[in-house]
Design a protein around this ligand. Structure first.
Ligand SMILES: Nc1ncnc2c1ncn2[C@@H]1O[C@H](COP(=O)(O)OP(=O)(O)OP(=O)(O)O)[C@@H](O)[C@H]1O
Length: 299
């Protein structure tokens, strides 16, 4: 299956949220990466057919979303940022409710619900009220509801938001498992969420697709632009002001500072060492000054 996003534009009054977005997606996992407000949700809502594009079109194997109508929606599984769970519903009741909305019969639904609750590891919690679920459990239930109609295109909007590290790993494994015969599109602003599972990363900035590359290709785009230097602590402030710092660590009483960018510091008596780039460096490079180093100095 080939999903073609062709010249998609979305305008809200005078705001262009998605700007001439073009991409071709095959089976596999695609990470849609961008800062808050980049236009990810807007694009995913258009792909999920809950919002209309201002112009452009979405094609599945060359057929227009608008002409396919209901047939298009049957291909889609969608996990929005806010699912709108009913707190008093049990997991099982909620899934039956979604089946009804999707036009899946009770008999067919029962088989699918049993299978999916097992798959997302919520079988023993099926009778529990969603109001008592953790963030990770809710996300797994969200995935289950998106998979009820066995979609060929799975759209996940910030699926790892609010998950703890363990839940994140479990969730990533689940996605990798699902993606064998599907197009999975997953939006995030956290690079580690897609580092090892995405076949391709689509970098979105101010509504525009700026790159569509494999994680390795992305890393290659910053090769030669990552270095580290050892400095005294009092120099850190100046370095941070002038360069993009991706990591700071203490080393023998000095600070080892990792820097990303086209330019390198030229400090008398210090040597700039070339470093092997990683996706964190890529993120910092693409998102420039908007992305700030979170956390402090690692020891
Ligand atoms: N209904 C709307 N009316 C007006 N402006 C909107 C509307 N929806 C989104 N926008 C604007 O479009 C831009 C893109 O928003 P969008 O939610 O798609 O970004 P995002 O990348 O998903 O960010 P986030 O991660 O914060 O959800 C933002 O500037 C947002 O304020």
């Amino acid at each position: 299956m080939i999903l073609t996003i062709k010249g998609i534009n979305k305008k809200f009054k005078d705001k262009i949220a998605v700007n001439d977005f073009n991409a071709t997606l095959n089976t596999g996992i695609y990470g849609l990466l961008g800062l808050n407000g980049a236009g990810k949700t807007t694009l995913l809502r258009i792909l999920a057919d809950v919002s209309n594009e201002s112009s452009g079109c979405i094609l599945v194997d060359g057929k227009n979303k608008k002409d396919l109508g209901e047939k298009y929606r049957e291909l889609i599984g969608y996990l929005p940022q806010d699912v709108g769970f009913y707190k008093n519903f049990s997991a099982e009741k909620f899934l039956y409710y979604v089946c009804a909305l999707k036009g899946i019969s009770k008999e067919e639904g029962k088989i699918k619900i049993d299978e999916l609750l097992k798959f997302v590891n919520l079988e023993k919690d099926r009778k529990r009220k969603i109001g008592k679920f953790s963030g990770g459990m809710k996300q797994r239930l969200g995935i289950a509801q998106a998979l009820l109609n066995d979609p060929k295109i799975l759209i996940l909007d910030e699926p790892t938001a609010g998950l703890d590290p363990n839940e994140r790993i479990r969730f990533k494994n689940l996605i990798a498992d699902i993606s064998k015969d599907k197009i999975v599109i997953l939006s995030t602003h956290i690079i580690s969420d897609i580092e090892f599972i995405a076949n391709e990363v689509l970098v979105m900035k101010d509504g525009v697709l700026v790159e569509q590359l494999t994680p390795n290709q992305m890393i290659e785009t910053v090769r030669g632009k990552v270095c580290s230097i050892n400095i005294n602590e009092e120099m850190l402030h100046n370095i941070q002001r002038e360069f993009k710092v991706s990591n700071i660590a203490r080393e023998n009483g000095k600070l080892a500072v990792r820097i990303v960018g086209d330019e390198r510091p030229n400090i008398l008596g210090t040597v700039c060492r070339d470093e092997e780039p990683n996706l964190e460096d890529v993120f910092l490079y693409y998102f420039n000054d908007e992305a700030k180093l979170e956390g402090g100095i690692s020891n």
